[in-house]
Design a protein. Structure first.
Length: 265
């Protein structure tokens, strides 16, 4: 039985992954902002043979991530998987209390920050892994370090891929720095989740895939052991199709150095 911490696990792809994992008898720890959604998720999952717990956290700020890590560590001496499914979708140039755009803070930086804080515990697992969901990001996406990490003023279309490619750089870093921890980035597809409610109707995709389809790859990577660390899964529903990440190591080093400066980890 594995213990899987799912960031964003009280709805969408994270909740679907929790359904499938607890149905197989595994233990899940759901992290989310909404207590009501958390309680609803636990009420559903308790019907499965696995076990589940919910922690109310805010991953949009440095303080919130530190609090989330403290809660996880206080409640669980060991876990095996950190599955990052949380994300925000906003077009406005707004800022968190740390002065960062929420798209950057949640969709990338929180993954780095929380993982770094939980690494000492994650290293104890014989099957440790970190899995990060993104939209489909071209692997040749470059980062303008004059914009990174502030992305000010924020412009959605040209800035989302350079933010999300940070996940790929972090996976490449973990592959090299933590050889006993498997690291993956997975295309979440265009799943019909609640994240689209905040978007203008004209922006919403005409064709969406199902949430269970988006959950196939991350669930398989949570459970399978024979996959290459530091890879990207671009094709939905095909956990056997991994693309090894071959990114500019200089860019990776700059991304990690910036994240260390921002978070102190």
């Amino acid at each position: 039985m594995k213990t899987i911490v799912i960031c964003g696990g009280n709805s969408g792809i994270g909740l679907e992954a929790a359904r499938q994992l607890t149905a197989l008898g595994h233990r899940v720890v759901l992290l989310g902002r909404d207590d009501r959604k958390g309680a609803s998720a636990l009420a559903e999952l308790k019907r499965n043979p696995g076990t589940s717990a919910f922690l109310a956290v805010d991953l949009s700020t440095h303080a919130g991530v530190r609090s989330a890590a403290a809660q996880v560590l206080a409640a669980h001496e060991q876990f095996d998987v950190l599955l990052h499914t949380s994300g925000v979708l906003t077009f406005e140039d707004v800022r968190t209390t740390d002065g960062l755009h929420p798209f950057f803070a949640v969709n990338f930086l929180s993954r780095y920050h929380l993982t770094q804080l939980l690494l000492p515990t994650l290293r104890r697992s014989a099957s440790a892994r970190v899995i990060m969901l993104t939209s489909d990001v071209p692997l040749d996406t470059t980062i303008d370090f004059d914009q990174f990490p502030m992305f000010s003023p924020f412009t959605f279309q040209p800035m989302t891929a350079p933010i999300q490619i940070g996940n790929h750089h972090y996976a490449a870093h973990l592959r090299d720095a933590e050889p006993h921890i498997l690291a993956a980035v997975v295309n979440a597809g265009v799943a019909d989740t609640g994240i689209w409610r905040a978007t203008p109707q004209s922006f919403r995709p005409r064709v969406m895939n199902s949430i269970p389809q988006s959950a196939i790859n991350p669930v398989a990577l949570c459970l399978n052991d024979d996959w290459p660390s530091g890879s990207y899964w671009a094709t939905l529903g095909h956990p056997e199709q991994a693309t090894p990440l071959r990114l500019d190591p200089t860019a990776t080093a700059r991304v990690i150095a910036t994240c260390r400066d921002l978070t102190g980890t």
